[in-house]
Design a protein around this ligand. Structure first.
Ligand SMILES: [Zn+2]
Length: 397
């Protein structure tokens, strides 16, 4: 089966978004976890942006030896030189050069003609290749670039020595079928070249970053650029954990594998939250606090009978300690029975009915019933100690 490489840009695209900056020590800590997670490339920074960022990339490159380290550069001599300097200690360096190729960006932002753009792409990739074995080129705003010119850009980049072609939807404007078709056209134009990897990089402005990335995989893309928790510019990048789990759960459909160790996903997500102080939304796919929590009685009952009824991924698969049943006003008797049993109580039918009546009354007032509330209710109703000693914290609430 074909493998899709996961290019993590948490420490670059993620880090450069408001509220997510990290110091060198934090970058190293996160980079080590990314290596444990099994990502194929770690983009560690944008060295021209500051001396501190350049040194952070160097430190990450010294500390993490098992994963290729990438550094970003505009198609400018001073950027490329800074990135080369930053990558000098890397065991497996990757120079990542980008230039915007849409007419809007060329005219308004760069004041360049298409010919000047092609010349800059070619000369900077050649400069990079003289110092670094692997050069990736990104056509910024590829999603809004004239397809004919984009094909020309890709050919020039390949001729200059780039081996990875990244075609980002920089502004999160693309929709899946369109984004996939762009890659198909580029592949056809380049005649499916051996040794060249096409790469997707999507932003979530329309909530489509993951869907667009998966459409790119269907169109033959074999590298996806993404971030832990989907952090990144504006609405963020495609979320690494969602892509990895989608490709694993729907393996039959996509026919590809990744090197991601799924059971490291939850830990990676929590480490990033802890470092940046930015919490993950409770309803976030895969790693949100509610991703494996069930409150509705019908759902709790189904899960107890067989988790497949309401879960397509088990919590253990992605490293979540355990699923949780929330005891609230929507909960059912069966979940309450399991919660009581976890606390060591074996209620009779009448006792269960009485506990249920009290739990729902309390839930109406307090929204959620905490483990110690449940213990108090059970103790009062059953007038006896638990039959077995179980930790109060065990998944009762
Ligand atoms: Zn980006």
């Amino acid at each position: 089966m074909d493998s899709v490489r996961i290019f993590d840009t948490t420490l670059r695209d993620g880090e450069q978004s408001p509220g997510f900056s990290m110091n060198t020590e934090e970058k190293i800590r996160m980079a080590r976890q990314l290596a444990a997670l099994g990502v194929d490339v770690i983009e560690a920074g944008f060295p021209i942006s500051s001396r501190g960022d350049l040194e952070a990339v160097q430190q990450v490159a010294r500390e993490v030896r098992t994963v290729p380290i990438a550094a970003l550069a505009r198609a400018k001599k001073q950027d490329v030189n800074a990135a080369i300097e930053a990558l000098e200690p890397a065991a497996a360096p990757r120079l990542h050069i980008f230039l915007a190729t849409s007419d809007l960006h060329l005219r308004v932002k760069l004041n360049m003609t298409r010919e000047q753009a092609l010349e800059a792409i070619s000369s900077m990739i050649r400069l990079g290749r003289n110092h670094v074995g692997e050069v990736e080129f990104s056509a910024e705003d590829a999603g809004r670039t004239d397809i004919g010119f984009l094909c020309q850009v890709c050919q020039v980049a390949v001729d200059a020595g780039a081996t990875v072609l990244n075609l980002p939807d920089t502004v999160g404007y693309a929709v899946p079928d369109e984004y996939g078709a762009m890659f198909e056209q580029v592949r056809a134009h380049l005649d499916d070249p051996q040794g060249i990897t096409l790469s997707a990089h999507c932003h979530d402005d329309l909530g489509l970053a993951v869907a667009n990335s998966l459409a790119a995989v269907r169109a033959g893309v074999r590298q996806i650029e993404c971030t832990v928790n989907g952090i990144g510019e504006r609405a963020g990048n495609a979320a690494l954990e969602e892509i990895a789990v989608a490709l694993a759960v729907r393996k039959e459909s996509f026919g590809v594998t990744t090197n991601i160790k799924l059971d490291e996903l939850f830990h990676s997500s929590r480490m990033l939250s802890e470092i940046t102080g930015a919490a993950v939304a409770p309803n976030k796919a895969v790693v949100g606090a509610n991703a494996f929590a069930h409150e509705a009685g019908i759902h709790q009952d189904g899960i107890i009978k067989n988790p497949l009824t309401y879960e397509i991924i088990s919590p253990e698969t992605v490293g979540v300690p355990s699923r949780s049943f929330v005891l609230g006003k929507h909960s059912g008797r069966n979940a309450l029975k399991v919660a009581l049993r976890n606390l060591g109580y074996e209620p009779s039918e009448e006792e269960l009915a009485e506990c249920y009546r009290r739990v729902t009354t309390l839930a109406d007032e307090a929204k959620q019933v905490r483990p110690r509330d449940l213990v108090a209710i059970a103790h009062e109703v059953m007038r006896r100690r638990p039959t077995t000693v179980a930790a109060e914290a065990s998944s009762a609430a």
